[in-house]
Design a binder for this molecule. Structure first.
Ligand code: URA
Length: 465
């Protein structure tokens, strides 16, 4: 499409105009693939003004998109910029993506585990979003670690380590950069179709053969209600499969932080303990979920007949230290100083720490994990404005978890920040987020359901919300 035809959408047959597309979606009509492509192309190139793009996004949020429209949006966004082609790596390329959580550090485990089992893991990750932490912010707490790399550099790390974790390059899916920033400012983030196209366009641009999705539910998830999360999972799976990528989605519990640590550097401490074969108390759910996700990655990567076999292989390379060595090689290949892992605890240098103790005896009946995530962010682990730096040492160590019995005065959590003046708001958030009660809460499964193409198709058959 030339610049002139992109502005008006003129083709020999049908001229297109952005105002008509807004009206059409506002009135609940279905858009054609060509119209969606016109919208994405003009948005990515800065041809349409932000108010027109935002108006269309709000119309799409209110009216919803059909499965076909969601597919067309995903493909048009994927094709809006440059793409990575992992074909010559000689390994099947599989990635894992989480919809976002608190203390969710499975990427640091599954990437080297799957790589150790012969799968290529080209991982393009994000920064903290809302109350959730960002993989890139965590990695950047390693001195020297570079997440902004060119595609040729990405390729070199993949060739030497089997896995690499980088940020989106300026040219990968430029449409998402424009649309996401507008969604963030116009209350149009929480739309299953817009989330689906945003997540998948970036994953598909990485040229994956397989994808394992970790769709969170519970108090710390973007989609808190089980049925909303299930719908999103099914939509992600069917859309990615329609794009030729073998995909599964696990519905996993985010009703409490995953593991003991939530923050930046402290999440790497916990990950490295597991990569060294240690089994710290409180890290078992993180270890278990990482092995399940990695098992599926290894299976989709053609290195195990079943996900269960994949999980056994994953456990073997975790226990014998192979995955840990690959992780350290990746750190060095991306410019990081891997020696900090020799003195992980002394490298953790928060300016101030404060321990919160149980105010009465009881079971931990509920953890409002969104509130806990905000506490972590406001300790300095996240940012208010996109350009702000984050504090590598900020975060929270949880000493007890949902379902544990605690005695009055027993430590519940330790907060880390640069200075004591930052503690009051996060401390209040933690105190209100944790509910102590005389009865134990009901147990919640770590993985409540696995969505494959077959059951996802069945869920969506009755139409789209
Ligand atoms: N993560 C993304 O990349 N996009 C969304 O819309 C939501 C979460």
């Amino acid at each position: 499409m030339t610049e002139r035809t992109a502005q008006t959408g003129e083709t020999a047959a049908t001229p297109l105009h952005m105002i008509d597309l807004i009206r059409k979606k506002r009135d609940g009509a279905r858009m054609t693939a060509a119209e969606i492509q016109f919208f994405v192309h003009g948005s990515a190139r800065g041809i349409f003004p932000p108010e027109q793009i935002a108006a269309w996004l709000m119309a799409a949020w209110l009216r919803g998109l059909t499965r076909e429209e969601t597919y067309s949006l995903t493909v048009a966004m994927r094709d809006s910029g440059e793409k990575f082609n992992p074909a010559h790596l000689g390994r099947i390329a599989v990635d894992k993506h989480s919809t976002g959580g608190v203390g969710d550090k499975t990427s640091f485990l599954v990437a080297p585990i799957a790589a150790a089992c012969g799968v290529a893991v080209p991982m393009i990750s994000g920064r903290s979003l809302g109350h959730t932490g960002g993989t890139l912010d965590k990695l950047e707490s390693i001195p020297g670690f570079r997440t902004a790399m060119s595609l040729p550099e990405f390729e070199r790390v993949l060739e030497s380590c089997g896995c690499s974790i980088i940020s989106q390059t300026p040219n990968i899916v430029p449409a998402d950069r424009v649309l996401y920033a507008l969604r963030d400012r116009t209350a149009t983030v929480e739309s299953p179709s817009l989330i689906c196209a945003s997540i998948l366009s970036k994953k598909l641009a990485a040229g994956l053969n397989g994808l394992v999705l970790d769709v969170k539910t519970g108090s710390g998830a973007f989609m808190r209600r089980q049925e909303d999360a299930e719908f999103l999972a099914a939509l992600l799976v069917t859309t990615a499969e329609a794009c030729g990528v073998r995909t599964v989605a696990m519905l996993t519990d985010m009703g409490q932080p995953l593991g003991r640590m939530a923050g930046n550097w402290i999440e790497l401490i916990e990950s490295m303990q597991l990569l060294r074969g240690e089994r710290p108390q409180g890290s078992e759910p993180l270890r278990a979920l990482s092995l399940i996700l990695a098992g599926w990655m290894i299976h989709l990567g053609g290195r195990a007949d079943t996900p269960h076999d994949g999980m056994l292989k994953a456990e073997a390379v975790l226990e014998d230290g192979t995955a840990g060595r690959i992780f350290l090689r990746m750190v060095e290949a991306q410019g990081g100083d891997a020696r900090v892992f020799d003195q992980m605890h002394s490298f953790h240098r928060p300016g101030a720490r404060r321990t919160i103790e149980a105010w009465e005896s009881g079971y931990i009946a509920r953890m409002d994990t969104t509130q806990l995530g905000w506490a972590v962010q406001r300790l300095g682990a996240g940012r208010v404005r996109a350009s702000e730096p984050v504090d590598p040492h900020a975060g929270i160590e949880f000493h007890a978890h949902r379902g544990d019995w605690v005695e009055k005065g027993q430590p519940l959590a330790t907060l880390f920040a640069t200075r004591p003046g930052l503690f009051p708001e996060p401390e209040e958030l933690v105190r209100t987020a944790i509910r102590l009660a005389p009865q134990a809460p009901r147990a919640v499964e770590l993985v409540s359901r696995v969505w494959t193409r077959t059951n996802s198709e069945a869920l969506l058959r009755d139409g789209i919300r």
